[in-house]
Design a protein around this ligand. Structure first.
Ligand code: DLZ
Ligand code: SF4
Length: 503
């Protein structure tokens, strides 16, 4: 077998990676490269770039420790060509090699590019439970795709939370128990913070110098950057936050970015944690009686259900999926998504937190920033680029279907059974944001009315025909239809005045 160059991408930091499995530690050369093309295809948050580069550098050190020959190209290497293709070419000639082995990338754009490279073997990414072709076969045969069906297949396949072929507790899904509002008297643990080591410090200096105008605060930087940090963060979550994770999954509190969330998606998506391993740990914690079933099931559903399901959809529907826009939403993304300067307290809180932490939890993304964009008719592609930029965990295979399908209903209901549209009262029920807001969440119209209230009805009115056909939205359409003509006119007029202020 001739020697090969083994390319490992920034989100492929797993010792069990298929490309490493196919390579020969004694004779092959591993290439890892920090390149401007990947660091700038969207204007990534500074913390996201720092996390990826530092984790890449730590992983390369681990590979060397394990006996691999690693050629690592830093971003500021004067000879760096700025692209992965360029770096592969340079490395091939540097080492006198002709063949490349890689694991398929997580993004369609990069897969298309890598498929055009000569003498390159692309291997499936086995870090996922569902393979791409299997998902496409499953999906092709059905009219509506529901995560719940897929999730049950994954439960059976993995045996997680199963006893004698039946779901433990007699139900597959305990989400109904997971919608509690939260109060401030509860103890809220914080995720562990890791102090930057010299490798991370060097990366932070590099990011500060090379990406000064990117969105987000670079410091304080406290993410874990290698497997042992990621495992410590996960163990801390299981012990301190997971018991209440289920119950308060949908809650939001001012000044509390993390609540009972795991904050492990960045590590999972980089390959520092293994999905099945962490689910087994969570199942064991439930079987030992240290966490309740609603928390265990809710967590496991996210990892083996939702995460795998959206990845399946991504590969099945790309490349067209990226430009889906069923609701023909055209409004540009408001500037406050980048500045956090808005008098809407909920949006201000979620966006400033995003700027500071490169993190927001599921409900902040879905029901605040996503819901607002849906109601206001923001161009889903612009919104997709925002989400892909600003979150440390955002890679296109997972972010795009969540934005296009779940949050913006831009795929016309392929992924979600109804649009996640809600008025201010949902936000008020699940958070304490409204108390500190210049708008009145109880006011339905007029200059002080919560914009979510105005936009909610405007959204129903704009998409009346389509929503009337959706069994879960039809009741809202009927309510709208029962409003008097004057009331309808006033609501739409107030919504239009508000939308004008977005510019
Ligand atoms: C996201 C990212 C960034 C910011 N930088 C690099 C890089 O310099 N080198 C690299 O190999 N990968 C990087 N990545 C991750 C790739 O963009 C990622 O593999 C694709 O987004 C596919 O998921
Ligand atoms: Fe958000 Fe409306 Fe509540 Fe203000 S009143 S925080 S805009 S939901």
């Amino acid at each position: 077998m001739p020697q090969s160059l083994v390319l490992i991408l920034g989100d492929q930091l797993s010792h069990g990676l298929s490309a490493l499995g196919a390579a020969d530690r004694a004779s092959d050369v591993v290439l890892m490269a920090e390149v401007m093309a990947e660091a700038s295809y969207v204007p990534h948050h500074k913390k996201k770039i720092a996390l990826i580069f530092s984790a890449m550098r730590h992983f390369s050190a681990e590979l060397r420790q394990a006996g691999w020959t690693v050629d690592y190209v830093k971003l500021d290497d004067p000879a760096n060509t700025g692209t992965l293709g360029g770096e592969v070419q340079r490395a091939l000639s540097r080492h006198g090699l002709t063949r490349v082995i890689a694991t398929e990338p997580g993004e369609w754009r990069l897969l298309a590019e890598m498929q055009s490279w000569p003498a390159t073997t692309l291997l499936a990414d086995r870090r996922f439970l569902a393979d791409r072709a299997g998902f496409a076969d499953w999906a092709a045969g059905r009219s509506g795709l529901r995560m719940e069906h897929f999730y049950r297949i994954m439960r059976r396949k993995t045996g997680l939370l199963m006893d004698n072929g039946q779901p433990v507790g007699g139900r597959w899904n305990f989400d109904a128990d997971n919608r509690k509002a939260i109060d401030r008297d509860l103890h809220i643990p914080q995720p562990p913070r890791f102090t930057p080591d010299p490798i991370t410090r060097e990366v932070l200096d590099l990011v500060a110098k090379r990406f000064p105008d990117n969105f987000g605060s670079l410091e304080p930087f406290w993410f874990g950057v290698d497997r042992s940090d990621a495992e410590a963060a996960f163990a801390h979550f299981v012990r301190h936050a997971l018991p209440l994770f289920g119950s308060y999954q949908d809650a939001m509190l001012r000044g509390q970015a993390f609540l009972y969330h795991a904050v492990i998606a960045p590590y999972l998506n980089l390959g520092l944690l293994d999905p099945l391993e962490i689910c087994r740990v969570v199942e064991t914690a439930w079987r030992n009686g240290t966490i309740p079933l609603n928390s265990a099931e809710g967590f496991i559903r996210q990892v083996i259900g939702w995460r795998e399901f959206v990845r399946g959809i991504y590969w099945w529907r790309m490349p067209g999926y990226e430009h889906a826009n069923a609701l023909r939403a055209q409004r540009p993304l408001p500037t406050f998504y980048w500045t956090a300067e808005t008098s809407m307290a909920c949006l201000g809180a979620c966006i400033s937190q995003t700027r500071d932490e490169a993190y927001a939890h599921h409900i902040q993304r879905l029901m605040v920033t996503g819901n607002f964009a849906l109601l206001a008719g923001i161009d889903p592609h612009e919104l997709h680029r925002w989400y892909l930029s600003v979150y440390a965990d955002a890679f296109e295979w997972v972010e795009l279907p969540n934005t296009i399908g779940m949050s913006q209903f831009a795929d016309d209901g392929l992924l979600a059974s109804k649009p996640y549209a809600a008025s201010g009262s949902y936000i008020n029920r699940m958070s304490d944001y409204c108390r500190g807001c210049r708008y009145d969440v109880k006011a339905k119209s007029g200059p002080d009315a919560c914009p979510f209230n105005l936009l909610y009805w405007d959204f129903i009115a704009r998409h009346r025909e389509r929503l009337a056909r959706n069994p879960r939205m039809a009741p809202m359409v009927r309510t709208w239809d029962r409003f008097s003509a004057e009331r309808q006119q006033q609501l739409r007029g107030d919504a239009a005045s508000f939308l004008e202020t977005l510019g």
